[in-house]
Design a protein around this ligand. Structure first.
Ligand code: GDP
Ligand code: GDP
Length: 451
């Protein structure tokens, strides 16, 4: 029953300055509109979402082929980069069309050939290049036909993305009935809730899963057909059905689940994307690490509903509890919409509250917001505090309607709305949140000017 298809992953590989981050920005640009409207993001330039037509995929800018020692590509090759290549579905290898090939390119090419991954060779900075003569040299890398592109100007980029994704999307389309979009929107509150439990290694994910699932009837579980399919664990609690989506190599050993693989950013990201609600587990003994904040950033970027669990609460004393709370307020302020639970997965304390909080977050994420109520809330908010003028323009807000779910998107229509400052958008977000009791989900407030 593993019907969760992870989004395909495209890894961008190449030495410094060939244009990886320029290409990354161009590929992920389509996504910016929604993301920019969710407040408090920590953007990470290394992972983003691109689209071919309506099909989303994940782009990873590996950025990591930096020499850290004088010799030896294996030293240079950051572990993360190797892992990203191994976990991707296709690699785009960038070289610099102006500088030509150097020894470093040859070394990377050799590793890529050895990896067995599908690789597309992109010759960047090719604007104005006289194709035949200049491109011929790149055949030498032994990675097939070179694709001339200009990441800076956009030439050839869409065709490159199409070619990279075409076989993966065809495979996906061939798989029975359900389109990715349907899969994403199908989580009505009375259907099963797709839940991902995310967190660094050792925070207690598998302990919690065993506590949760152990008390309930496990309907089905699946080992993956390929490494890129999700593992799903289905269970029921009362009249609710939940599907747990694996984040990082969960395996069933006898009667219990355990995490056997090392932490994978890509798998975590894919599982978060495939879920409706994410439970972010944090080890209270360790405080809030950069990696915790990173994962939290992914979750808000994808707009998923969120519950935070400060786990191992049994093992921290009062002083430490206060310290963790301060750390949380300082480093994860942008998660203020999420409910925070204090848990001991090991002792089963607070675990009962987990699914209640998950249900509530899910209900908020899929709330139906009627146009008249949204518009009334908008008018009351504007009356209480009108948007500031910008020069001669005074933004005029006419009405609001719902533009989507998970996260709820509220679209405000009016005039001169591009002059509305972000602080005012956040004010409105707070007003909608309060009026509709939307705790546990990010909320996107967007403006549409009609002139
Ligand atoms: P990265 O180190 O591989 O991520 O490379 P960057 O994306 O930072 O680009 C390195 C430099 O190459 C920057 O100065 C870019 O402006 C430039 N660059 C990137 N793409 C192109 C391109 O298509 N044409 C030209 N002429 N310059 C480019
Ligand atoms: P995972 O890597 O996130 O799946 O973490 P595990 O579930 O394997 O847990 C890592 C370690 O933390 C194990 O030794 C667990 O027994 C321990 N652990 C998990 N939850 C708790 C808890 O609530 N309290 C304490 N004291 N230890 C815990």
């Amino acid at each position: 029953m593993a019907d969760t298809r992870f989004k395909p992953v495209v890894a961008l590989v190449g030495r410094t300055n060939v244009g990886k981050s320029t290409l990354f920005n161009r590929l992920t640009r389509s996504r910016a509109a929604l993301v920019a409207n969710i407040s408090g993001l920590t953007r990470d330039r290394h992972y983003g979402e691109g689209r071919v037509g309506e099909y989303p995929y994940i782009v990873v800018d590996t950025g990591g082929f930096e020499p850290v020692a004088t010799r030896g590509i294996l030293v240079e090759m950051a572990r993360q980069t190797a892992q990203a290549i191994a976990e991707s579905d296709v690699v785009i290898f960038l070289v610099d069309g102006r500088e030509g090939i150097n020894a470093h390119d040859h070394e990377i090419a050799r590793l890529l050939r050895k990896s067995g991954q599908r690789v597309l060779l992109a010759v960047n900075k090719a604007e104005g290049m006289r194709h035949h003569a200049d491109l011929a040299q790149f055949h030498e890398l032994g990675l097939g036909e070179p694709h001339p592109i200009s990441a800076a100007h956009g030439d050839g980029v869409a065709a490159l993305a199409d070619e990279a994704l075409a076989p993966l999307l065809a495979e996906r389309a061939a798989q029975a009935g359900e389109s990715p979009e349907e899969a994403k929107d199908g989580g009505e509150p009375d259907h099963r809730i797709k839940l991902a439990i995310a967190g660094r290694p050792n925070v207690g994910k598998s302990t919690l899963i065993n506590t949760l699932v152990g008390e309930d009837r496990v309907i089905a579980y699946d080992l993956p057909g390929t490494t890129r399919d999700a593992i799903e664990i289905e269970f029921e609690r009362g009249d609710r059905r939940y599907t747990l989506i694996d984040t990082a190599g969960l395996r069933r050993r006898g009667k219990v689940f355990e995490t056997v693989e090392k932490f994978s950013v890509i798998k975590t990201l894919q599982a978060i994307e495939a879920a409706n609600v994410v439970l972010l587990l944090i080890d209270a003994r360790e405080g809030i690490s950069d990696q915790d904040a990173h994962i939290a950033g992914f979750i808000t970027e994808t707009g998923r509903a969120l519950v935070v669990g400060l786990n191992k609460w049994d093992a921290v004393d009062r002083e430490q509890r206060e310290w963790v709370q301060r750390e949380y307020d300082r480093k994860l302020r942008f998660l203020s919409f999420a409910r925070v639970l204090h848990l001991s997965a090991l002792k089963g304390q607070g675990v009962g509250a987990v699914l209640k909080a998950v249900d509530a977050a899910h209900a908020a994420a899929f709330a139906k917001l009627s146009t008249p109520r949204l518009t009334r809330t908008l008018q009351a908010a504007v009356e209480q505090q009108p948007p500031p003028r910008k020069g001669i323009f005074r933004p005029k807000m006419r009405y609001a309607h719902q533009g989507g779910q998970n996260p709820p998107r509220i679209i405000i229509h009016g005039n001169a709305l591009d002059a509305v400052p972000d602080s005012y958008r956040r004010y409105l977000e707070g007003q909608f949140r309060e009026a509709f009791k939307l705790a546990g989900t990010p909320l996107s407030v967007e403006f549409k000017s009609s002139r």
